[in-house]
Design a protein around this ligand. Sequence first.
Ligand SMILES: *[C@@H]1O[C@H](CO)[C@@H](O)[C@H](O)[C@H]1NC(C)=O
Ligand SMILES: *[C@@H]1O[C@H](CO)[C@@H](O)[C@H](O)[C@H]1NC(C)=O
Ligand SMILES: *[C@@H]1O[C@H](CO)[C@@H](O)[C@H](O)[C@H]1NC(C)=O
Ligand SMILES: *[C@@H]1O[C@H](CO)[C@@H](O)[C@H](O)[C@H]1NC(C)=O
Ligand SMILES: *[C@@H]1O[C@H](CO)[C@@H](O)[C@H](O)[C@H]1NC(C)=O
Ligand SMILES: *[C@@H]1O[C@H](CO)[C@@H](O)[C@H](O)[C@H]1NC(C)=O
Ligand SMILES: *[C@@H]1O[C@H](CO)[C@@H](O)[C@H](O)[C@H]1NC(C)=O
Ligand SMILES: [Zn+2]
Length: 439
Amino acid sequence: MKLEILLAFGFSLFVDSKPLSNIGGRKFNKLLLISFDGFRWNYDQDVDTPNLDKLVQEGVKAKYITPPMITMTSPSHFTTITGRWIEDHGVVHNMMFNSTTLLKLSHKATLKRSEWWDNGALPLWITAQNQGLKTASYFYPGGGVSYAGQSVNRSLVETFGHADDNETEWREKIDTVMGWYTKDDFDFVTLYYGEPDNVGHRVGPETPQRKKIIEQIDRTIGYLTESIQKNNLTDHLNVIITSDHGMTTIKKSPEVEEIKLSNYINFKNLSHFELLDYGGFGMLRPRKGKEQEVFDALKHAHPNLTVYKKEDIPEHFHIAKNSRIQDLVLIGDLGFNLNSRYIFYVNKGDHSFSNQEMDMKVIFRAFGPDFKKNVLAEPFDSVSIYPLMCKLLGVKPAPNNGSLSDTEVMLVNDIGGNAGRMQMSISLFATTILILAVI
Ligand SMILES: *[C@@H]1O[C@H](CO)[C@@H](O)[C@H](O)[C@H]1NC(C)=O
Ligand SMILES: *[C@@H]1O[C@H](CO)[C@@H](O)[C@H](O)[C@H]1NC(C)=O
Ligand SMILES: *[C@@H]1O[C@H](CO)[C@@H](O)[C@H](O)[C@H]1NC(C)=O
Ligand SMILES: *[C@@H]1O[C@H](CO)[C@@H](O)[C@H](O)[C@H]1NC(C)=O
Ligand SMILES: *[C@@H]1O[C@H](CO)[C@@H](O)[C@H](O)[C@H]1NC(C)=O
Ligand SMILES: *[C@@H]1O[C@H](CO)[C@@H](O)[C@H](O)[C@H]1NC(C)=O
Ligand SMILES: *[C@@H]1O[C@H](CO)[C@@H](O)[C@H](O)[C@H]1NC(C)=O
Ligand SMILES: [Zn+2]
């Protein structure tokens, strides 16, 4: 009789005890994923960035990480949030398009179009919500639509004409997100900034303006770490800072001969549909019966242009299997944009070149209670951020293409406080036995 009570009491302690760092009733810490669009891996190396540097001491830096091929904003962000290759998640371009109806919608116009994003691969917001977590998205691409009928619990979507570089607004976004954690008890938030991509396009990556925006980002990171402390979230919030693609200077005439595809094919006669004039990656669907003719005309057209028939796309790009990938895929060498009929001299910098190019690689930083300090991690594929986030949140991952072994070295051993929880319970149990034995 006495023993039964004792065991029951001990067992209830074992089940009920919670780790000391528990807030909001979960034993896992909260997570913030921040993306600075177009933050090339080495942008902090020629600018004074005291706050980013401090994060290296206080957390983890990967030398760089590799985004998926296609190195564009929506495709890459969606790989990060789903852990799936682009051929699997289907967001194959910034623009929404239909090569039958010839519809084309701009990136901003896709942000509320579920039919572009919802192709079966569930993003982490939804998977986490289905396991009882509360999630939110602040401007993160793909956060504004619904997946299998479910939407992100709270979502703000970037509007047309939104200024990318307003530092006051950058800080307000952080204040808002802090409130989401402290007042509304959100578990996982994704936060997106449109810089340094915008400046990188407009004036090019190797410019004083780009360095200036990196300094602004660094001040914002300083503001973030202060805000985390002020909100008493230091021991409860993990933060991952990363990006979607790098940036490179566009090569121009007369330094090089630019690629202008109308020099080699007659678009009107040969092309049914094309997605070009969008950096170094393009697609083309020839008119019926003209497939071989177009391929032959482009194959050796320009030394810095590679053309693949869909069936010959290298497997390591992980794009070929998707039906949205068109018959011909065109890739320019680094710095060679794919122009169709005219050369628009708008962008001084661009991306969407091969993800093997160093200029397309991006930053990765992480800190918080579940990350080790002062770790310099080896490069890995951005597809592996997803299983890392699941591990940190205690979410059972959906099928994905990432690997936890890429990031395990960054983590302390006790994610979710399991070991601590067990230890405390056992010691309470032992104390109970001792007290009852004395009685
Ligand atoms: C393109 O539009 C047609 C006609 O509306 C539709 O049948 C087809 O499924 C669409 N294709 C894609 C890939 O969305
Ligand atoms: C969050 O969204 C899920 C659906 O994905 C829903 O079941 C849940 O009730 C929502 N939670 C809150 C707090 O709104
Ligand atoms: C920057 O953002 C702040 C806060 O949202 C706003 O008051 C201000 O007008 C903005 N400045 C510009 C130049 O848009
Ligand atoms: C943080 O903790 C301090 C000390 O316990 C308290 O005074 C302060 O109000 C807390 N701040 C917030 C935002 O909860
Ligand atoms: C395009 O097609 C038209 C009509 O078939 C033909 O007259 C013209 O020569 C073609 N142009 C080229 C450049 O092949
Ligand atoms: C462009 O092509 C030429 C000729 O093949 C080659 O020497 C050069 O390296 C290429 N440029 C780039 C950036 O790959
Ligand atoms: C990516 O993951 C999905 C889901 O598990 C799987 O079906 C697919 O085969 C994987 N792709 C590769 C290249 O392994
Ligand atoms: Zn981008």
